[in-house]
Design a protein around this ligand. Structure first.
Ligand code: UTP
Length: 476
């Protein structure tokens, strides 16, 4: 496409109140001017005025439903003979789909990981207790183990953002795609959205660069389509995408039960859920709004609703969202078939480095100074007529690395990896030393090649040495 000229750019920008983006035009070299024009051309000029009006300048841009009820869900293990039958059938369906290679793994890794404060893609963060394997390596080994288990090439999709794509590709190149085969790993980029000051003016990150940030994990639904990866999956016969986040090394990448329930119910998008640790835990709440599964954010669920209890003491709104989903390929295709498909924009007040228009100097703010816009994947749930929720167990499947220390930090994740390995070994009859307060009194790491699930341990039990207090044991 031909880049627009500066007169046209000026007209376009002034028409939407963003003429200041050309403040430093006179100082720019021809290359810098070219780069800036390219970025201006990519701005969604038609929608920016509406975003400014409805979201940037509006502290409560999204309408929170007032009528909602708890969403139904499947328990982690069957509770009745009928359920037992259904789970067995679902598992068979899921396993068949995996054996037929009709499922791809899909991890979103385009985030900025600001809370962790790690330099580079979060997937390069070393998390495992003994070998210090990175998140990317753990998932790569899990994909390889699942391919072996099901005898099928299960493609792996990785969404990056323009901010970390190059480094992510480099990681995969340097590691020879972790032995998975370059043609079976699909790296593609999500889109970005401009950053605004509180008055709705787009920030300049540099004199020739518009400040943008990734458009949120919700951007994956568009990026899958616009990158051509979805069409590629269709060619390969992939019907379902198993979605997870880069920060959670405990996730079961390909869960036959979850897949099978999704298929049996004819769902477009399904979710795994946790029972919340306490009423106000900072996770989205699964609710039903007009009969559709909808996530209401913790900040939007009124306290009195969050604290409501059933006669048996359980919370009425007990299901927390943990960003593990199944997406039917056709569901994502259908969403994109309407060219104007857009998820609601959420606003986040952030510190945004920018160029001061008056002085031309770079500002690194020490307090929030503007708005980033993002979309969330769970906002697509109500667009699916049917949607399954399967409960999972925290210690089995959810240990996200979010913060540098404290809650959801690498130290917690590492501990949970050790404890899960200990519990899987004990389930298979291995004696694991424990401290008086019940923690595993040893450092354990289980490679995905050793076991992907607790049931897999039995087949490799002969590889487990006697474990004494204080031992360090790596199992592969
Ligand atoms: P988080 O909401 O934890 O955001 O992302 P983050 O960017 O990783 O971390 P902070 O908030 O800056 O500390 C949850 C998942 O969604 C992905 C992340 O990579 C992570 O897997 N994500 C988030 C994207 O892929 N793109 C985005 O634009 C945002």
């Amino acid at each position: 496409m031909k880049t627009i000229d500066s007169d046209k750019a000026r007209r376009l920008l002034e028409g939407i109140g963003q003429g200041h983006l050309l403040t430093f035009w006179g100082e720019l070299t021809p290359e810098q001017r070219g780069r800036l024009l390219e970025q201006i051309q990519q701005l969604d000029v038609r929608n920016i005025p509406r975003w400014v009006r409805e979201t940037v300048k509006n502290e409560k841009p999204l309408v929170v439903p007032t009528e909602f009820e708890p969403a139904p869900s499947y328990p982690p293990v069957p509770q009745t003979p009928e359920q037992e039958k259904k789970y067995a059938q679902a598992k068979q369906i899921g396993e068949k789909l995996l054996r037929e290679g009709k499922v791809a793994g899909f991890v979103v890794a385009g985030g900025q990981g600001t809370r962790l404060g790690f330099d580079g893609p979060k997937g390069n963060y070393p998390v495992s207790p003994i070998k210090k394997k990175t998140l990317f390596r753990i998932f790569a080994e899990s994909v390889a183990a699942a391919r072996k288990k099901y005898g099928a090439v299960l493609p792996w999709l990785i969404m990056t953002s323009p901010l970390n794509h190059k480094e992510t590709v480099e990681t995969f190149e340097v590691n020879n795609y972790f032995g998975l085969g370059k043609d079976t790993v699909f790296l593609f980029q999500q889109g970005t959205l401009p950053n605004f000051d509180f008055e709705g003016r787009i920030f300049l990150a540099e004199k020739d660069t518009i400040a943008v940030s990734p458009d949120g994990h919700g951007g994956s639904l568009k990026a899958l389509y616009s990158s051509g990866v979805l069409a590629e999956m269709k060619k390969l016969g992939v019907e379902y995408l198993s979605y997870w986040q880069i920060d959670n090394p405990l996730v079961q990448l390909f869960d036959p039960l979850f897949l099978g329930l999704h298929v049996m119910e004819g769902a477009g998008m399904s979710s795994k859920a946790l029972i919340k640790a306490h009423p106000l835990e900072k996770v989205g709440n699964f609710c039903l709004v007009n009969g559709r599964v909808t996530v209401i954010e913790y900040s939007d669920l009124p306290d009195e609703q969050a604290r409501r209890r059933n006669p048996d003491g359980s919370l009425v709104f007990e299901l927390g969202s943990i960003a593990i989903h199944i997406l039917s390929r056709e569901f994502v295709e259908r969403l994109n078939a309407d060219g104007d498909f857009a998820l609601p924009l959420h606003r986040a007040v952030k510190k945004i480095p920018h160029i001061d228009l008056a002085t031309g100097k770079k500002v690194n703010p020490d307090k929030p100074c503007g708005i980033k816009l993002e979309t969330f994947i769970f906002d697509a749930l109500p667009l699916s007529e049917k949607s399954v929720i399967l409960q999972t167990i925290r210690s089995e499947e959810f240990a996200p690395v979010k913060n540098a220390s404290g809650e959801d930090s690498p130290a917690v994740t590492e501990r949970m990896m050790i404890e899960r390995a200990a519990s899987w070994l004990e389930k298979a009859g291995v004696k694991v030393p424990r401290t008086t307060d019940g923690r595993a009194d040893c450092v354990l790491e289980m490679a995905p090649s050793f076991a992907l699930t607790a049931e897999d341990v039995k087949a490799n039990i002969h590889k487990v040495p006697p474990i004494r207090p204080g031992d360090t044991v790596y199992l592969e």
